[in-house]
Design a binder for this molecule. Structure first.
Ligand SMILES: [Ca+2]
Ligand SMILES: [Ca+2]
Ligand SMILES: [Ca+2]
Ligand SMILES: [Zn+2]
Length: 316
């Protein structure tokens, strides 16, 4: 691939990070929202595990914004003199962090092939009309007893990111690992752009390593988990946010949807408002072969959110 020569492969060994980690984070909350709240109303999904058996889990662990939070965003937006269309794509350098473990027999678990990482960047570029993603760096972190961030990259995601994040104000940090909530596997999660300042290490996208394009997590194996989670990173909400009630997902050209759609339920229509459910949209919960686009208004919304909350990205 043409980007291969630009890769900086940085091996981060356990003790270099231990020196930075340690005691400082004991009182830090593990996640921004109570996990019980995030998953309270979610239906399970099933997908293929590495051994071919079905795994039960959740599609997305991104915390939903409250109505008060959305009102504040709407107010920011109303005062915003956005250009709306910029005429050129916004550059988004990606720092890709591979978190893995070594099992008792010495096998490395959770290291995606380089081709999958490069294919993931390509999937993002195909999905996003307004952004141009480039793979800026790839680094590898082997989990330790003290820093078990392959198995516990959800619970300890703030500690992990604090140790590994690279320039969050100019760079999209993506972490691949094995996120769980209790016994449930997560495909991925992110935080909305107004959740923290733009240079906060807690931003970024965390992915199940086998959700990369060509991974084993069928039917979530086209890399659309990253597309979906990056959508949250750029401020998009789920298409079923607020159900059939205003303001929905804040996007005019995505029809209201009562609940998340799974699989690919053609013709689904769960809200009385005009339009079929947006089941092909990247911000629903359908299978990767089903979801295939963002809408024009979602593109405009993401640019507005970058202008409001990630202005430093515009300097790339
Ligand atoms: Ca909508
Ligand atoms: Ca409808
Ligand atoms: Ca797809
Ligand atoms: Zn989501």
């Amino acid at each position: 691939m043409m980007l291969a020569h630009t890769l900086r492969i940085v091996w981060i060994f356990m003790f270099t990070v231990l020196a930075v980690g340690g005691a400082a984070f004991a009182e830090e909350p593990s996640t921004a929202a109570e996990p019980a709240e995030v998953f309270a109303n979610q239906s399970h999904i099933y997908f293929q595990g590495p051994d071919g058996n079905l795994v039960r889990g959740y599609r997305c662990g991104t915390p939903e914004p409250s109505l008060a939070e959305m009102a504040a965003v709407a107010q920011d937006l109303a005062q915003h003199q956005g250009a709306g269309q910029r005429g050129r794509k916004i550059g988004v350098p990606v720092a890709f962090h591979v978190i893995y473990k070594v099992d008792e027999e010495g096998h490395e678990i959770g290291i995606p092939p380089n081709e999958q990482i490069e294919a993931q960047i390509e999937v993002l570029n195909q999905a996003y009309g307004e952004f141009r993603f480039t793979l800026d760096s790839v680094d590898y972190f082997e989990q330790t007893e003290q820093e078990p961030w392959f198995d516990r990259c959800y619970q300890q995601n703030f500690r992990m990111k604090r140790a590994l994040a690279i320039s969050p104000e100019t760079t999209l940090n993506i972490y691949s690992c094995d996120p769980h909530y209790g016994k449930w596997q997560l495909l991925g999660f992110a935080y909305l752009p107004w959740s923290f300042p733009e240079d906060d290490y807690r931003h970024g996208v965390v992915l199940l390593h086998s959700s990369l394009p060509g991974g084993t997590a069928v039917p979530y194996d086209e890399g659309d988990t990253a597309t979906h989670e990056a959508g949250h990173y750029f401020g998009l909400l789920h298409t079923f946010q607020n159900g059939c009630t205003e303001p929905g997902d804040e996007i005019d050209d995505t029809p209201f949807e009562a609940t998340a759609a799974f699989g690919c339920p053609e013709g689904r229509d769960t809200c009385p408002q005009v339009g079929l459910d947006p089941i092909y949209n990247f911000m629903d919960y359908t299978d990767d072969p089903c979801m295939d686009h963002f809408t024009t208004d979602q593109d405009v919304w993401m640019i507005d959110m970058v202008e409001l909350y990630r202005p430093t990205l515009l300097l790339n």
